[in-house]
Design a protein around this ligand. Structure first.
Ligand code: GTP
Ligand code: MG
Length: 226
């Protein structure tokens, strides 16, 4: 899929203040500094669309980006687990993330970003568990693939899969990316496009079902008039 335009829309800390629309949203989450904002810039081909930083904890709000005139949206979420934040701010960010993920009907899929260089981390595994408990659809995106050898990357991915399979019957979709080298861009955009199509088809089905129910209602009304 081609991204024709991408526009920053709004940032806020409350899920009920997010933009009004009925199109799919794809949100990006992961530890602070994992590369969420960089990945969004890489996918959209806009260098400075989402603010990036070498200092962890840059993104502290829910950031909405309108893609292809609002056909779908990208959401940059604050990173979790940044130890240098105060306890209160960590709790606030946790609440922002959890509210958005569980209360935003437009939230279609969550991309959980994992730094490919490390072995499975407790904080990510716990977050993924929480997604399972709350039936949140998600995919895993490994980031910073340019920072290690292909062989090391393959080993880490294999380890990760094995760790997940201890608790999950099925693995989620898994992508490998590098924002630096623009690896994984087409795969991710094609995946988003396939889900957009699914969402579109289910909307059409819903409309069809509604019109059938509407017809039968009309029929029964005319029965009453007799
Ligand atoms: P917070 O907003 O603080 O939660 O961080 P974030 O997850 O949005 O990370 P961000 O995109 O700001 O990137 C953090 C740092 O990692 C920056 O210095 C990026 O340049 C670097 N980085 C991100 N992705 C990649 C990548 O694929 N390869 C390399 N080499 N560096 C990357
Ligand atoms: Mg960020």
């Amino acid at each position: 899929m081609e991204i024709k335009n991408a526009k920053y829309e709004i940032s806020n800390a409350r899920v009920n203040q997010c933009p009004l629309h009925d199109q799919p949203e794809y949100a990006f989450i992961g530890r602070s500094n994992v590369g969420k904002s960089s990945l969004i810039n890489m996918l959209t081909g806009r260098r400075n669309l989402a603010k990036t930083s070498q200092v962890p904890g840059k993104t502290i709000l829910i950031n909405h980006f309108k893609i292809n005139d609002g056909k779908w949206w990208i959401v940059d979420l604050p990173g979790y687990g940044y130890a240098s934040r105060g306890k209160q701010q960590r709790a606030e960010i946790k609440r922002i993330i959890e509210d958005y993920v569980t209360q935003r009907p437009q939230m279609t899929l969550l991309f959980v970003l994992i730094d490919i260089r490390h072995e499975p981390q407790k904080i990510d595994l716990e977050f993924i568990e929480w997604l399972g408990e709350n039936d949140v659809p998600f995919a895993i995106v490994f980031t910073k693939a340019d920072k290690i050898s292909k062989k090391a990357a393959e080993k880490n991915i294999e380890d990760y899969k094995n760790t997940l399979l201890k608790n999950w019957e099925e693995l989620p979709p898994i992508f490998v990316t590098s924002s630096e080298k623009r690896t994984g861009k087409d795969e991710l955009l094609d995946y988003i496009e396939s889900i957009n199509t699914e969402v579109e088809n289910s909307k059409i089905e819903e409309i069809n079902e509604e019109s059938i129910t509407g017809d039968s209602l009309n029929d029964s009304n005319s029965e009453n008039e007799k």
